[in-house]
Design a protein. Structure first.
Length: 91
C-alpha cells in the first residue's frame, strides 16, 4: 500500500487519467475529489464487496441449477396420468 501526505488542494494522478484531490480535512475526516474517465467504475469498498459476494452466490446458484437440469443421458421420468386423464381418454 502506498501512503502519501497531501494538503488541501493537492492531488495525485493514477495511470495518467485518474486524479484524486484533497478537498477538505476536518478532524479525522478527509473529503476527496476524483476526476476520472466516464468508462471507469468507482465504488466504495463495502459496496464493491457486497456486489462481489452477490455475484459469487448467483454464479453458484447457476452451477447448482445447471447440475440439477442435467439428464445424464436418461430420458426424464413422466408420471402416469391421473384418474381424470384416464377418464378423458376413455371418452
Amino acid at each position: 500500500m502506498l501512503y502519501l501526505t497531501r494538503k488541501i488542494g493537492e492531488s495525485v494522478v493514477i495511470n495518467d487519467d485518474i486524479e484524486v484531490t484533497v478537498v477538505d480535512v476536518r478532524g479525522k475526516t478527509i473529503k476527496l475529489g476524483f476526476t476520472f474517465p466516464s468508462d471507469a467504475t468507482v465504488l466504495r469498498r463495502e459496496i464493491y464487496e457486497r456486489i462481489q459476494e452477490e455475484n459469487r452466490a448467483a454464479a453458484q446458484a447457476g452451477v447448482n441449477l445447471s447440475e440439477a437440469l442435467k439428464l445424464k443421458g436418461k430420458p426424464p421420468e413422466v408420471a402416469a396420468p391421473g384418474p381424470e386423464v384416464k377418464k378423458a381418454q376413455a371418452k
